[in-house]
Design a protein around this ligand. Structure first.
Ligand SMILES: Nc1ncnc2c1ncn2[C@@H]1O[C@H](COP(=O)(O)OP(=O)(O)O)[C@@H](O)[C@H]1O
Ligand SMILES: [Mg+2]
Length: 308
């Protein structure tokens, strides 16, 4: 069983078609295993929130279906498996964090004792004790995000669906969310979160999916995505005469000289291997052979550009 399983999900907002707009979500098929931390990447308007709202049953898909923990998201009971953090969490401004969690606990059908236990657990986890009795009204973005996260964790759901959990936070706030996600992972939870904050995604996700204008253009394990696309290799050689270097230079995409020796660049792994062989055959010595891997950021940007 998958923790999250979507099949050909498509969303066309009513009124959107008339204005000539395309599908907001187009044929999204995605499977996420239990205990995965999955990063759902895309620019503003890519369709991330639309997807998340369908998973949380706040929105109906135009076509396709979605399952969480093996259950259709359109069934009421499915929601009990999901902890949801909205992009802009909404609170009753006159309640304090303790009352807020109690309220959501009650909505989730928890007993008083369970709600008490949840408060104890979540107050520590999200550092809410010092603001336990303060009304939400005066809360900063960071405090609201902590409280929103606590609300998502009420009832201890197995699957966390977080919409841009790090956006709008300062570096400390982002780090706290990152650490929280890693902690949830270590507790066996499944975490699905959307972001355009690549650095954060790169650090904590086992897999990512990239959404471009409603379509999933790429998905996979981060390490595989990044190694599959070795886009540049740098070879450093020494002991080559100018005459021996000339043909190698001619087949490179760039050259440079340093104290280490001659640097040859190429954009292709096969060429890099054959250049290395030529260097050795011409009496040179390899000092370095370095595939220059793209950061996720470069990769992500290219995926986006390909479509625009
Ligand atoms: N309620 C709505 N009515 C019409 N169009 C919408 C609505 N919500 C979102 N959209 C459109 O759907 C697309 C995807 O939006 P959204 O899912 O919010 O993207 P993201 O969360 O990735 O920024 C955008 O083009 C947006 O304008
Ligand atoms: Mg969004």
């Amino acid at each position: 069983m998958h923790a999250i399983d979507t099949r050909h999900l498509t969303k066309v907002y009513r009124g959107h078609v008339a204005r000539g707009a395309a599908r907001s979500l187009d044929d999204l098929t995605l499977r996420i295993a239990p205990n995965e931390v999955f990063g759902f990447l895309g620019r503003n308007g890519a369709g991330k929130t639309t997807t998340i709202k369908i998973l949380c049953s706040l929105l109906r898909a135009t076509e396709g279906e979605a399952f969480v923990m093996g259950k259709d998201v359109r069934q009421r009971e499915t929601r009990a498996h999901i902890g949801y953090l909205p992009e802009n969490p909404y609170f009753y401004e006159y309640l304090n964090p303790r009352e807020t969690l109690d309220f959501y606990g009650e909505l989730n059908g928890l007993t008083r004792a369970q709600r008490e236990a949840d408060w104890e657990r979540l107050a520590d986890l999200l550092d809410l004790r010092s603001i336990a009795e303060q009304r939400v009204r005066g809360f900063s973005k960071g405090m609201r995000q902590r409280l929103g996260f606590a609300v998502a964790l009420v009832g201890d759901p197995e699957v966390l669906i977080l919409d841009e959990p790090m956006s709008g936070l300062d570096p400390l706030g982002r780090r706290m969310i990152r650490e929280l996600i890693l902690l949830l992972h270590s507790q066996g939870k499944t975490v699905f979160f959307s972001s355009h904050v690549l650095g954060d995604v790169e650090q904590i996700c086992s897999r990512v999916g990239i959404l471009v204008k409603g379509r999933l253009t790429t998905q996979g394990r981060l390490d595989e995505l990044l190694t599959r696309r070795v886009n540049r290799v740098e070879i450093i050689a020494e002991g080559l005469s100018d005459a021996a270097a000339a043909p190698i230079k001619a087949r490179s995409d760039g050259v440079r000289q340093s104290e280490q020796g001659r640097h040859f660049f190429t954009n292709d792994m096969d060429t890099a291997n054959s250049l290395a062989a030529d260097i050795l055959q011409s009496g040179g010595r390899l000092v370095e052979f370095t595939p220059i891997r793209e950061s996720l950021e470069e990769y992500f940007m290219r995926e986006q550009e390909n479509d625009t």
